[in-house]
Design a protein around this ligand. Structure first.
Ligand code: HEM
Length: 147
């Protein structure tokens, strides 16, 4: 989801302390620059079906280039917490999926992926059933007398 949602939808504004040139564009001193990460992650010249939730694009031979994925931005002021956040996201998701099966409740459909544009792009509230994986529950409570 760091691809489809690009958490800070428009990025943190920065300013130039001196004139510079980027990709052939002259940028005067004191210009306010607001990089568009959402745009970068939905550029059809770079991404096939950019608006489609297709996380398998990041698997080997899935066609996506990790160097074009910039949820933590790039350059001198990129996110300081990138490595912590990546580890946290990995561990949190891995433990969650190891212990629970996440299912769409019978009376609802899949969550809306558009989200709500605020300072960060927020997921619209959705319902999900987290069903404990029986084999994991048995491992947790083994010897406790509960199972
Ligand atoms: C999924 C989680 C996260 C995402 C997607 C994210 C993304 C970003 C982005 C896009 C920026 C702006 C970079 C720029 O202005 O060019 C930023 C800045 C920053 N982030 Fe994160 N971040 C995440 C988690 C964290 C965590 C866990 C920490 C701290 C432990 C953190 C600390 C910072 C700091 C200190 C800055 C300001 C860096 C600067 O201005 O030099 N972030 N982050």
């Amino acid at each position: 989801t760091t691809h489809t949602q690009s958490s800070p939808r428009q990025q943190v504004p920065h300013t130039h302390t001196k004139p510079s040139e980027t990709a052939g564009y002259f940028i005067p001193k004191d210009s306010v620059i607001i990089p568009n990460l959402f745009g970068a992650h939905h550029d059809p010249a770079v991404w096939t079906d950019p608006y489609k939730f297709r996380p398998e694009r990041f698997l080997e031979e899935g066609g996506a280039s990790l160097s074009m994925l910039l949820p933590f931005s790039a350059g001198a002021r990129l996110c300081l917490g990138e490595s912590v956040a990546k580890m946290e996201l990995f561990l949190f998701t891995a433990y969650l999926l190891r212990d629970f099966q996440l299912l769409v409740p019978e009376d609802t459909s899949l969550p809306d992926l558009k989200g709500k544009a605020t300072v960060v792009l927020k997921a619209t509230p959705f319902r999900v059933v987290a069903r404990p994986r029986p084999e994991r529950m048995a491992a947790h409570f083994q010897g406790s007398g509960i199972v």
